[in-house]
Design a protein around this ligand. Structure first.
Ligand code: DAT
Ligand code: MG
Length: 150
């Protein structure tokens, strides 16, 4: 099982797409283990996007993610990192495959609706950055055996 941080970023919240993102991940079979609706501080934004510090789009990215509330979630599943990034689509919406969230609902890289962790290690680190331990719930879903083979 892998764990990923998923954010519905301010554009997704403002556009009423929180439910759409959750519905797609739920229907895919991924398991929700944490969620909170929150305003992101500059401090958290800088820590989350530390890897992009110094890039030309960095300041715009920090301004975007802190501009309005986000829906922060932790999702689990087998190969959750690849599965969720596939459901989100490529970073640039015009390069995202039809049927992905970024293809279906976005046009510009700076308004690409969602964040998802890009490796199992980052999935654990990012969920630990955004959630306290007691904000994550480990649970068995009745349908797990019908979705997870193992
Ligand atoms: P992703 O969100 O698909 O993991 P990333 O980690 O490379 O993409 O970049 C983080 C975010 O930064 C991305 O969702 C949008 C923004 N971004 C990335 N590259 C950009 C660029 N060349 N111009 C503007 N914004 C960019
Ligand atoms: Mg990334």
């Amino acid at each position: 099982m892998e764990r990923s941080l998923v954010l519905v970023k301010p554009d997704g919240v403002q556009r009423g797409l929180v439910g759409e993102v959750i519905a797609r991940l739920e229907k895919r079979g991924l398991l929700l283990v944490g969620a909170k609706f929150m305003q992101v501080s500059r401090e958290l934004a800088e820590e989350h996007y530390a890897i992009h510090k110094g890039k030309p789009f960095y300041e715009g990215l920090i301004a975007y993610i802190t501009s309005s509330p986000v829906m922060a979630m932790a999702w689990e599943g087998p190969s959750a990192i690849a599965a969720i990034r596939q459901t989100m689509g490529a970073t640039r919406p015009l390069e995202a495959a039809p049927g992905t969230i970024r293809h279906d609902f976005a046009l510009e890289v700076g308004r690409n609706l969602t964040h998802a962790s890009d490796s199992p290690e980052n999935g654990l680190n990012e969920t630990a950055l955004w959630f306290k331990n007691d904000e994550l719930t480990s649970w068995k879903r009745a349908t797990d055996p019908w979705i997870f083979e193992g």
